[in-house]
Design a protein around this ligand. Structure first.
Ligand code: 1HE
Length: 269
């Protein structure tokens, strides 16, 4: 955590199983139901949506972390009973809506992973932009074992990270990846020692928060759309986005700072 920045409570109306605080320009959302391994009930999913839709305007990046030894055991299985087909569809669409606010929300999001990152917990992590995994992290999609299917966006987001074949393997066989295997296949960008994930995530989020807002906007809003577009449309969108970003006063000032020797070099990081 950057020195001299004491966390402050962030005033957002959240359910008991979520907590929010700020560290400078970074907001930290904590899954706070460790006794149930941070399993996500409806209140938590709606709380995540509320958090991202009511973030103060001066917040420039977000970290999602968790209390206890596990990031998230996925869907709260105790809420599954008695759900009929239509309410099942609505339930899944609620998760989609909430996690869309993470992936295509106002600011970049870093997740600090540890222990179980399974089922809906992996779906939550997959909606974030940077994943930092402590060595204790393991990933699984146990939906196959429970007789259900993913419903929080995994079939769209996880194949983008690891491919359909690996996701099918996780679901068909109940296979787990450990932290190193997860990083090797693309589930996390960073593997760190146990107990350091939150500090590393806050450091990364602070660095992200210092980027120009138009660049962060382009990275989270334009890049994934361009990557999935046909090349002709992709090049066109890239040209539009590049021109919008470079036309800002902020970009001009940053480039001038470099030319005048006032800005960091690539090798300074
Ligand atoms: C839960 C849940 C849960 C734990 N819903 N209550 N997810 C799963 O299939 C994963 C199920 N969980 C586990 O495999 C294990 O709990 C863990 C490997 C994550 C952790 O093991 P452990 O030994 O540390 O904890 P535990 O003793 O199994 O669980 C502690 C308590 O948390 C216990 O309750 P207690 O009242 O007996 O103390 C568990 O019942 C409770 N618990 N996980 C409800 N998931 C949008 S669709 C998404 C679909 C899915 O996510 S399916 C995958 C569901």
């Amino acid at each position: 955590m950057p020195e001299a920045l004491e966390p402050e409570v962030l005033d957002i109306d959240l359910p008991d199983n979520l907590r929010a605080r700020r560290v400078g320009k970074v907001a930290v959302l904590t899954l706070a139901r460790p006794a149930k391994r941070n399993a996500l009930n409806d209140a938590a999913v709606l709380g995540i949506e509320r958090f991202f839709t009511t973030l103060p305007g001066d917040i420039a990046s977000v970290v999602i972390d968790a209390e206890g030894d596990h990031f998230c055991a996925g869907l709260d299985l105790s809420e599954m009973a008695e759900r009929d087909t239509l309410s099942g569809v609505r339930h899944s669409r609620m998760w989609h809506r909430a996690f869309e606010q993470i992936e295509f929300g106002p600011v970049p999001v870093v997740s600090a992973l540890k222990g179980a990152v399974v089922g809906g917990g992996l779906e939550l992590a997959a909606a974030t932009h940077l994943r930092v995994a402590e060595r204790s992290t393991f990933y699984a999609l146990p939906e196959g074992m429970r007789g259900i299917f993913v419903g929080g966006g995994a079939s769209v987001r996880v194949p983008r990270l690891i491919g359909v074949a690996r996701m099918a393997d996780l679901m068909l066989t109940g296979r787990r990846y450990d932290a190193e295997e997860g990083a090797a296949v693309g589930l996390s960008q960073y593997v760190v020692d146990d107990g350091t994930g939150l500090d590393v995530a806050i450091d990364l989020a602070s660095r992200v928060a210092d980027n120009a807002p138009q660049t962060n906007f382009a990275i989270i809003q334009a890049l994934p759309r361009i990557a999935e577009a046909a090349p002709r449309e992709g090049y066109f969108m890239e040209a539009m986005m590049a021109a919008i970003a470079q036309g800002t006063d902020d970009a001009k000032a940053r480039m001038q700072d470099f030319l005048d020797g006032r800005a960091e070099k690539v090798t300074d990081r």
